[in-house]
Ligand binder design. Structure first.
Ligand code: DX5
Ligand code: ZN
Length: 214
């Protein structure tokens, strides 16, 4: 379980992280948007650094930015444990993955829903994680796109065929009613924003509801 901070109350991020950790979530998914790669702005390395001090969770940084190579070091220095970049972003993707590793972080590669899965294959041998977007990147609270499930299956198959322990993460519209089908397809890391951080149920209940559904 990787709660996405994008849906959390930004005024009390440390508390929200603590609630998620207490409920057993081990990963904090942190969405970085530049207003260019996606039509939204979110947070920068300063905020990541500020919450790093109050959380022992694994920080999983999802860079939805046009030039990841310019900012990878800043996020690694701010306390990222893992950094995922988009295959559609600019610059040399392989070099960016190498840079992530050289800074002591694990690396991930991801793609927009409209991008074919084949675009990831050249980079899979280099990464520890592949992320399947089940919404168009940019905003929380969108509906899950079941059309993306075959990508999860294809990635899990690639990992099995190649004897690799690849994490397959799914991000977008995940909730208790669709979590099980993503795991059945081959996902092992589930990002969830608005279904975990909302005003309807306590964070722990929301995490448990997804876990129970598996
Ligand atoms: C979308 C982000 C997601 C988002 C998920 O661009 O990558 O991580 O926060 O939010 P929900 O779970 O509400 O779809
Ligand atoms: Zn994300």
């Amino acid at each position: 379980m990787a709660p996405s901070l994008l849906a959390a109350d930004f005024g009390r991020l440390a508390d929200q992280l603590q609630d998620a950790a207490k409920a057993g979530a081990e990963v904090a998914h942190i969405d970085i948007m530049d207003g260019h790669f996606v039509p939204n702005l979110s947070m920068g390395p300063g905020l990541v650094q500020a919450i790093r001090a109050s959380s022992a969770m694994l920080f999983d940084v999802h860079l939805m930015i046009s030039n990841p190579d310019r900012y990878i070091k800043a996020f690694a220095d701010a306390g990222a444990d893992h950094i995922t970049i988009h295959v559609e972003s600019e610059g040399n993707i392989a070099a960016a993955i190498e840079q992530i590793h050289s800074l002591g972080c694990s690396a991930g590669i991801t793609l927009r829903p409209g991008t074919p899965i084949e675009s990831l294959y050249p980079f899979l041998p280099m990464v520890e994680l592949a992320l399947v977007m089940t919404v168009e990147p940019g905003f929380g609270g969108q509906s899950f796109m079941a059309s993306q499930l075959p990508k999860i299956t294809a990635l899990r198959k690639w990992a099995c065929d190649n004897g690799r322990e690849l994490h397959v993460e799914v991000d977008g519209g995940i909730k208790a009613s669709n979590a099980a089908e993503t795991v059945a397809a081959g996902a092992n890391v589930l990002v969830a924003g608005s279904s975990i951080f909302n005003h309807k149920v306590p964070v722990a209940d929301a995490v448990n509801a997804i876990r129970d559904a598996l």
